[in-house]
Ligand binder design. Structure first.
Ligand SMILES: [Zn+2]
Length: 488
């Protein structure tokens, strides 16, 4: 048996001003064939899972390129096409193969390509023909298109948000593809479209936690092979944004069961009371008062809509202003993206007291640049932080202090996945009353181990977070909350 595996992934916020090309992939994570590390990244876990199974099951694994760009704005047409054609060329050279495995994200948009993953999967099918098994892992924040369902045999999405299960779902995918090629199962997929932009949920809280626990109990019996929920990624002007449930069942005889189950689970999500799926979002000053009213420390706040994971800069200074307005409160905020300020801090050196302008540069809803007398508290040549089984680089980084307020500035634009983003630069989070992280929810698992409480912020930009305010032009209608809900 011969198996080909590759990974091409990013998440595109088409409303973001951070336009990118191929170099964004090469700078963030780019592994030519054979160069992928032993540990998985968020979207390249199928490569690691397939390596393990190649050893135990004795098949030949042919690795293609694995690459990821930090979420940003539109990708250039040439950037996408060159990476796509690189992988398809590797696949062609590897043929004949029995299985093609992809680690995708599922929300990649390039100029001229609203559905990059559908395009890649359809071209893959055209190349390998109808009898080769094609499987792909997707982040749950994807756009599920008919072209993808038609082109692949098995699609499996992450179930957990925060995404703590990317390796486990990759193992599910590889297992299902191996069973298919051995003739043990015949996967068929049914999709229920919730026609909603507002049904995404977190699994770090109820009712999402119990819901996903139940999904996993339903898998592997009664002809149901896999159940995924498409949460969608709202800041994208493409036709297929929105929430869906898709069920993979074994054989045509179970197709009806898959269709009924997808609809039943989708309607269950639609039936949750308004607001049940998401947390409360504090305004900046409200957040400070909330922290002061609570016992213990640190009280951790996530600046959700300025998370680089959502394709924006992560340089909003709105919460820096809020913290500086309370110099008596020991606080920390990070990691903010400002490569130029980091360069100045590195040149000045640890302990230097300098006048610095930083952050608030990239978008008009990200506050203003901050001008302050700062002390360079810590420096790193490459700030590496863990995220589940993976390691993430924030590049050269600096910690600066303005009195009680410590601020982490980084050269790499990446989410604040875990406390070492602060502690590796000498910031003791146990001494802080308020800690603000630039992340939507992936920080949760690691920070829940050190936080007294965790809350979420709405600092007014720049994601955009309210679908009713997003100037969609391609979105298929009707869809809730832009239109009355067609299902209820
Ligand atoms: Zn995601």
């Amino acid at each position: 048996m011969r198996v080909f595996v590759a990974s091409l992934a990013t998440e595109t916020n088409t409303f973001s001003p951070l336009f990118v090309d191929r170099s964004a992939f090469e700078e963030a994570f780019y592994c030519p064939p054979g160069a992928h590390p032993d540990t998985p990244t968020l979207c390249s876990a199928p490569m690691v899972a397939a390596r393990r199974r190649a050893k135990t099951d004795g098949f030949t694994l042919i690795e293609g390129t694995a690459t990821w760009a930090e979420p940003a704005g539109l990708i250039s047409q040439g950037g996408y096409e060159s990476l796509r054609d690189e992988i398809l060329g590797q696949l062609k050279a590897a043929m004949p193969v029995d299985i093609v495995l992809y680690g995708l994200h599922g929300a990649m948009v390039a100029r001229g390509y609203d559905d990059c993953e559908g395009d890649l999967l359809a071209r893959t099918r055209a190349l390998v023909g109808p009898d080769v098994v094609i499987g792909a892992e997707l982040d749950m924040h994807h756009h599920l298109t008919q072209q993808r369902v038609d082109s692949a045999d098995v699609l499996v999405a992450f179930k957990e948000f925060p995404h703590t299960d990317f390796l486990a779902r990759a193992e599910d995918l590889v297992e299902l593809c191996l069973r298919t090629v051995r003739g043990e199962i015949e996967p068929v997929t049914e999709v229920f479209d919730l026609r909603s932009l507002s049904a995404a949920f977190m699994t770090s809280r109820e009712p999402g936690r119990s819901f996903v626990d139940r999904l996993m109990q339903l898998e592997g019996k009664d002809g149901i092979l896999s159940i995924s929920v498409t949460h969608g990624f709202t800041p994208a002007d493409v036709a297929d944004v929105g929430c869906k449930v898709f069920v993979v069942a074994d054989g045509e005889r179970n197709r009806g069961k898959a269709k009924a189950l997808a609809e039943q689970l989708g309607r269950e999500i639609l039936g949750w009371p308004p607001g049940a799926a998401g947390p409360y979002h504090y305004k900046p000053e409200e957040a400070i008062q909330q922290a002061l009213a609570e016992p213990g420390q640190p009280i951790v706040f996530a600046d959700r809509w300025d998370s680089p994971g959502g394709g924006v800069a992560g340089d909003s200074s709105v919460m820096i202003d809020a913290l500086l307005a309370h110099p008596e409160i020991p606080s920390a905020i990070g990691a903010l993206w400002d490569p130029i300020a980091v360069q100045f801090c590195r040149a000045a050196g640890v302990g230097a007291a300098i006048r610095l302008r930083f952050c608030g540069k990239v978008s008009e809803t990200s506050g203003h640049p901050v001008d302050a007398d700062v002390v360079v508290k810590g420096l790193s040549d490459n700030l590496m932080i863990p995220f589940e089984q993976s390691w993430v680089s924030l590049g050269p980084a600096a910690a600066i202090s303005i009195g009680n307020v410590d601020i982490v500035l980084a050269t790499g634009r990446s989410q604040t996945f875990s406390p070492p983003a602060f502690t590796n630069l000498g910031i003791d989070l146990a001494q802080k009353k308020v800690v603000v992280v630039k992340s939507s929810n992936h920080f949760y698992a690691a920070f829940s181990r050190i936080a007294a409480t965790i809350h979420y912020l709405d600092t007014g930009g720049p994601f955009p977070s309210d679908p009713r305010m997003i100037p969609y032009t391609k979105l298929r209608r009707p869809i809730y909350p832009l239109d009355p809900h067609p299902w209820l």
